[in-house]
Structures are given as structure tokens and as C-alpha cells.
Write a protein that binds this ligand. Structure first.
Ligand code: CU
Length: 154
């Protein structure tokens, strides 16, 4: 009797659980929840000085101020709107590290600083030779707008 009751309870609960998402949130919300749980696909950027597309027709270019070597290297980003005009309406963060030495030299999220010329600049500390990666996040207001990453060797 109690087995039958718990079996009945189980099916009822299962039915309620599966019925709830469609009635309360709809399939779109369920899809969005899945997307939030899944890891974000990597966006490996085109090379230095190449056009890197962003949403809404924006694009940017990046390059090192000079060829990176041991010590401090400066990454420079310029952002353009769909008409090709320079824009400084974003804030940009960079996180630099060595993928093969997880966490060993991670800079953490650092703010690119806007220069008077409207370039976004970030110094990165290259403390050992090898392969490095810079993750870049673009924010529009407080909203995450775009993300990309590139590798470089020293
Ligand atoms: Cu290292």
C-alpha cells in the first residue's frame, strides 16, 4: 500500500515538475537557462590589426604597442562603430595568463585604460617565456557586450 502511494506520489511530482516549465516560463526561458548553464563558446580573435567583429556592427582591432617580450607588454585596442568611426563608449577588461599553467600568473580582470587619443590600453606582465592568452571582455554600461581571446608567444 505504501509502495503504491509513493509510486503515485512520484508520478504526480514528476508530472508537476515537467508541466511547470512550459506553463510558467515557456520553452524560450528553458532554452535560455540551458544556454546560461553551458560554457560560453570561445571566440578566438583574428590576428593583430585585423578587424574583429562585435554585435550591432561594432568592431575593434588590437595590437601590442611593441612586440611582446619578458616584462611589461602594452595591449592597445581601438573600437569602431558601424560607420567606421572611433568610439569610446565601452569599457574593456582583460585577463591575462598562461593556459598551460592555470592560475600561476593569472592577472585577474583588469581594466583597460582609455588614453587621451581614445585608445584602450592594458599593460600585461609577461613573467616567463611560453604561450600566453589574453581574454578580453567588452562592457556597454554594466552589461557584458562581447568577449574574445587571443594567444601570443614570448
Ligand atoms: Cu608560466
Amino acid at each position: 500500500m505504501s509502495i503504491l502511494l509513493s509510486a503515485l506520489l512520484f508520478t504526480t511530482t514528476a508530472f508537476t515538475a515537467s508541466a511547470q516549465p512550459s506553463s510558467h516560463h515557456g520553452p524560450a526561458a528553458a532554452k535560455a537557462a540551458d544556454a546560461a548553464a553551458a560554457p560560453e563558446p570561445e571566440n578566438i580573435l583574428p590576428g593583430e590589426n585585423k578587424k574583429c567583429p562585435m554585435p550591432e556592427g561594432y568592431y575593434f582591432t588590437y595590437r601590442f604597442a611593441s612586440r611582446p617580450k619578458l616584462g611589461t607588454a602594452i595591449v592597445k585596442i581601438q573600437v569602431f562603430d558601424r560607420a567606421g568611426r572611433r568610439t569610446t563608449g565601452f569599457s574593456i577588461k582583460g585577463n591575462c595568463g598562461m593556459p598551460e599553467m592555470k592560475g600561476a600568473h593569472d592577472s585577474g580582470e583588469q581594466d583597460f585604460k582609455l588614453s587621451r587619443k581614445g585608445d584602450y590600453l592594458l599593460p600585461v606582465d609577461v613573467v616567463m617565456p611560453g604561450e600566453w592568452k589574453l581574454n578580453i571582455t567588452f562592457l556597454k554600461g554594466k552589461k557584458r557586450f562581447h568577449h574574445g581571446a587571443f594567444m601570443f608567444k614570448v
